[in-house]
Design a protein around this ligand. Structure first.
Ligand code: SF4
Length: 269
């Protein structure tokens, strides 16, 4: 069973060769100190929210990092409806932070982890904390594989129909005095069917490419050079697509590239 995440789907769509280098050959990419700092902040925020949901103390972290405490406080204040406890509303039948779900689809195993899942008898909300600024174009988030896969998997693994579920992104980092902002996506049968179709197509191609790569050493296809993705890709030298001003940043040692990318997803759609 080949495991896949939303981030791997994203890479596969952007450039199949990049998927080959990153996930089959496990070539490493570097993380800049600035990027690492953002990753650490994002991880801490998620941990804090999970601890809070479990009723555990969070003061040790918020005292060390008052800024993160300010963001948590602002979120709780702005999104107060999310933090109503079961005793205040009898409608909630299930609520969990870092809730995992898995789905087997065409011999691939997908695992998603919802930052917060709130289920009521006739509706369910997926909540996701984003620790980077809200993008201008909401459509980019709707079309991102995270949104599509998270909604798809909830329908496939529950009794809810597509129209009963939604996904809300909260952009939690405060910018000046502005409060946290949110974007909510509703879902329907048409979107669900389109995701199933797209997944079927992309997984069919992936199976073919993996077979050809394994049997005959055939390389995965490269993205068209006119897409300009190679300009900023760490595999440009390996792919013979480097410009005279670029430097190859590839480290050819097995590493946690895969998990790095999964976290990077948290900071840049
Ligand atoms: S350099 Fe271009 S073709 Fe090669 S992996 Fe990167 S994006 Fe794909």
């Amino acid at each position: 069973m080949f495991r896949l995440s939303q981030n791997q789907l994203k890479i596969l769509e952007e450039c199949p060769r990049k998927f080959q280098h990153g996930y089959l050959e496990l070539l490493a990419s570097t993380t800049s100190p600035e990027q690492q700092e953002k990753l650490t902040w994002g991880s801490q925020f998620h941990l804090l929210m999970q601890q809070r949901e479990l009723g555990l103390p969070i003061e040790a972290i918020t005292q060390q990092d008052p800024e993160i405490g300010r963001c948590v406080a602002a979120l709780i204040d702005t999104a107060s409806e999310l933090f109503i406890t079961d005793s205040q509303t009898k409608n909630i039948i299930f609520r969990q932070a870092e809730h995992p779900r898995t789905l087997i689809f065409k011999d691939y195993l997908f695992t998603v982890i919802y930052d917060l899942l709130i289920a009521e008898p006739n509706t369910a909300q997926i909540i996701d904390w984003k620790t980077y600024p809200r993008p201008q174009k909401a459509e980019r988030i709707r079309e991102n594989w995270q949104t599509r896969l998270y909604l798809y998997i909830l329908v496939e693994t529950s009794d809810y129909c597509p129209e009963q579920i939604s996904m809300t992104f909260w952009f939690v980092q405060l910018r000046g005095e502005a409060a946290p902002q949110k974007i909510t996506f509703t879902y329907d049968r048409t979107q669900h069917d389109r995701t199933r179709q797209d997944l079927t197509q992309i997984l069919h191609k992936l199976t073919q490419w993996r077979q050809q790569y394994g049997d005959r050493g055939e390389l995965f296809p490269q993205v068209d050079i006119t897409a300009h993705q190679c300009d900023s890709c760490q595999f440009a030298t390996r792919c013979n697509r480097i410009s005279s001003t670029q430097k190859d940043r590839v480290l050819e040692t097995p590493t946690n590239w895969l998990s790095n990318l999964a976290i990077i997803e948290e900071i840049s759609i």
